[in-house]
Design a protein around this ligand. Structure first.
Ligand code: 5RP
Length: 247
């Protein structure tokens, strides 16, 4: 067991609380700049999106906005309902004005790693249906090259029966290590909202993400990758100094 020195505990928690504040700054700024009356809004998943939904609900109440929300996960659906927002789906609203979502890491070209929460497939579908895909993140997600900040690898959603062959193919073709994501209890694998498994591909070095993303998607059994290439239009980073940096 690792027991940090009391001085470091203070350091850790202050960085964490700074990150929470930064998530809020990013979420509020994105909602204020990109959501307007009569918009259909895609709602992402994770901890940062919670702040954006808080702000969305506040604006809907205060400004009497007419907003419809399309969720990217069970969590997002619950958030929408808990905030009293109007829930819809892609059957009724296949075209979204804007989708707002978090990310695990963002590089300089706005390529994202997503899926830390395992919701990547529905997140990519919803983002792909939006006229504008806006990402919100705290300063810890900002990276010049993918892999510098997020150490857990690229999440890949797979059909359960294919997880071994897909893992082997990815490791053989692209190097690195591929692990099946286990539940916190370790009692079994994480199961996604689509009843699939998640592989985490710990790549060794930066790659041509457009090529790699397409190649991985072509492996039989792969449902989707957590590489979002050429999708994000803008990223809002909440910073440690209380400002928002827009890329
Ligand atoms: C879930 C995601 C999340 O958006 C991503 O993991 C970021 O989460 P958080 O805002 O908690 O850092 O892709 O599948």
């Amino acid at each position: 067991h690792f027991t940090p020195h009391p001085r470091d505990v203070r350091l850790f928690s202050s960085r964490d609380s700074m990150a929470e504040e930064a998530k809020k700054l990013a979420g509020y700024a994105a909602v204020d700049n990109h959501v307007q009356n009569n918009h259909v809004v895609g709602v992402g998943s994770g901890s940062t999106i919670v702040f954006a939904v808080d702000r969305l609900a506040e604006r809907v109440r205060q400004e009497k906005l007419n907003i419809v929300c399309v969720p990217t996960s069970f969590q997002a659906r619950q958030l929408i309902l808990q905030h009293g927002l109007t829930l819809s789906d892609l059957d009724r609203h296949p075209e979204l004005d804007v989708a707002i979502d978090g990310a695990d890491e963002v590089d300089e070209a706005l390529t994202l790693i997503k899926g830390g929460g395992g919701c990547l497939t529905q997140e990519k579908i919803v983002a792909g249906c939006a006229k504008h895909f806006i990402v919100i993140a705290d300063f810890r997600k900002d990276s010049s090259v993918l892999g510098q900040q997020w150490r857990k690898g690229v999440p890949i959603e797979v059909i359960p029966m294919a997880y071994v062959p897909v893992s082997r193919t990815i490791a053989k073709r692209f190097g690195g290590e591929v692990v099946l994501r286990m539940a916190v209890s370790k009692a079994g694998p994480v199961v996604t909202d689509n009843s699939n498994f998640i592989l985490d591909w710990k790549f060794q070095h930066a790659q041509n993400w457009t090529v790699v993303n397409t190649a991985i998607k072509m492996i039989p059994g792969v449902v989707e990758t957590g590489l979002f290439v050429g999708m994000a239009e803008r990223v809002y980073f909440g910073m440690e100094d209380g400002t928002v940096r827009i890329r």
